[in-house]
Write a protein that binds this ligand. Structure first.
Ligand SMILES: *Cc1c(COP(=O)(O)O)cnc(C)c1O
Length: 425
């Protein structure tokens, strides 16, 4: 197909067409899962009698906000959980996860990270590496970590020994997505295996799953395989590119009750929290989410096909089972990484004219370069690439509100690398 509106090398265009042929089988699997999840979401909306009256904003304390309360029930239903909290006032995924940790853990308890180091922004929430104001460490909550095996899979025996060795473990942390690591993402089947292994040793620990980037990628969600509590961000998958901010928690009645008291205050819990007119976009975003996740997955698969044909190592591979929307492309050198991000930025609907540069992002330990030209600031369900400037100079790209524009961003990333001489055709 010609691209009259963009300047792309004809040889690259040929490779792009071949990439779509290579991706065809993976695309049809994505379509199948999207249909399943879209029907799951639509039927939940219908079952809960969603109507225009749910979108009416509340102000002040926000008592009796029907739309807010109904959306909690709808999300719980979709995720296969007993209860849920979905709020624009949870400012981000990190905030949602911090609510979960502080809600469950008490002084003297230990948090066990079962799938290696948690996502970068949680380091200061846990406070185990360096002192951090307000962290779990300041409340005398302990922390231990079980590394993944060399193959990047969970080490079930090591998780079990860690549980046996330390009776103070109250909560097990599992991260579904790879985050900024080159490990594979965890499939729901792996999450199920970890939970079974944990339960075989301790029935009473709370299993928490950081569900960021994983929602609607598979047919099942972590609560359906026994997770007690999960959390995620609304400027990623479940916000469908429409929610302007927010986070959510889903889990057992008891866990969600604790979370509600941590989210606002003991006593008040979920009874307060005015929706201020955000409800409609949370509903609409959740409704759109399965479709948008499908489009983002297609964009990722296309990138895997294109960049592997250009000789780069990619993860996941084109036909590998996916557990999140992230696509890693190992660009091997700093210049290539920067060219990739700068090229992708050129295909953004917003801020295409700006040139991204590496910077010291709060909460992250190495410099990061990002391509992000989004309608919602920082929204990574929109096409974006994040890359910490460290070995192996991997670009973590994700998102794409629709495949057609996502494809352009990926292609312009490759074009920019071609122009900088990172590869020849
Ligand atoms: C993005 C992300 C977070 C944090 O979410 P924010 O909304 O950026 O705060 C936590 N864990 C994982 C795995 C993530 O991908």
């Amino acid at each position: 197909m010609d691209m009259p509106f963009f300047n792309v090398d004809p040889k690259l265009l040929t490779l792009s067409e071949q990439a779509e042929v290579i991706a065809a089988e993976a695309f049809s699997e994505i379509t199948r899962i999207t249909e399943y999840n879209q029907q799951k979401v639509l039927s939940a909306f219908i079952r809960h009698h969603v109507s225009e009256s749910h979108f009416v904003p509340t102000t002040g304390y926000g008592y009796g906000d029907r739309g807010r309360d109904a959306l909690d029930e709808i999300l719980a239903d979709i995720m296969g959980a007993e209860d849920a909290l979905i709020r624009h006032s949870i400012v981000s995924g990190t905030h949602a996860i911090a609510i979960a940790l502080f809600a469950i853990l008490r002084p003297g308890d230990t948090l066990l990270a079962a799938t290696g180091a948690p996502y970068d922004t949680l380091e200061q929430v846990i406070g185990h590496k360096v002192p951090s104001a307000g962290s779990l460490a300041e409340y005398d909550v302990g922390y231990t970590q079980v590394e993944l095996t060399e193959a990047g899979t969970p080490d079930l025996l090591a998780i079990q020994s860690a549980l046996e060795a330390d009776q103070s473990v109250k909560m097990v942390h599992i991260q579904r997505s790879r985050g900024y690591n080159t490990r594979p993402s965890l499939t729901i089947q792996w999450i199920e295996r970890i939970i079974k292994a944990v339960r075989a040793i301790r029935k009473d620990v709370i299993v928490f799953v950081d569900n960021c980037y994983g929602e609607f990628v598979e047919e099942r969600e972590p609560n359906e395989v026994g997770a007690d509590l999960i959390a995620g961000s609304l400027i990623k998958n479940p916000g469908g590119g429409i929610a302007e901010n927010g986070g959510y928690l889903c889990g057992t009645k008891e866990c969600i009750e604790q979370c509600a008291y941590r989210m606002t205050t003991p006593g008040l819990g979920r009874e307060v929290g005015a929706s201020l007119g955000h409800t409609r976009s949370l509903y609409m975003g959740l409704f759109q989410a399965p479709h948008v996740v499908g489009e983002a997955l297609k964009t990722a698969v296309y990138a895997a096909a294109l960049f592997s044909s250009l000789g780069y190592e990619v993860s996941p591979a084109v036909n590998e089972k996916r557990a999140d929307i992230i696509q890693t492309v190992m660009l091997r050198e700093q210049e290539a990484l920067i060219a990739f991000c700068q090229g992708m930025q050129k295909g953004a609907p917003v801020d295409a004219f700006v040139v991204p540069e590496p910077w010291d992002m709060p909460g992250y330990t190495s410099q990061v370069i990002m391509a992000a030209g989004a309608f919602t600031m920082g929204a990574s369900i929109e096409l974006s690439a994040d890359a910490p400037l460290r070995e192996p100079f991997a670009a973590y790209m994700q998102g794409g509100l629709n495949y057609h524009s996502g494809k352009v961003g990926v292609l312009l990333a490759a074009q920019s690398m071609l122009e900088k001489g990172c590869f020849t055709l």
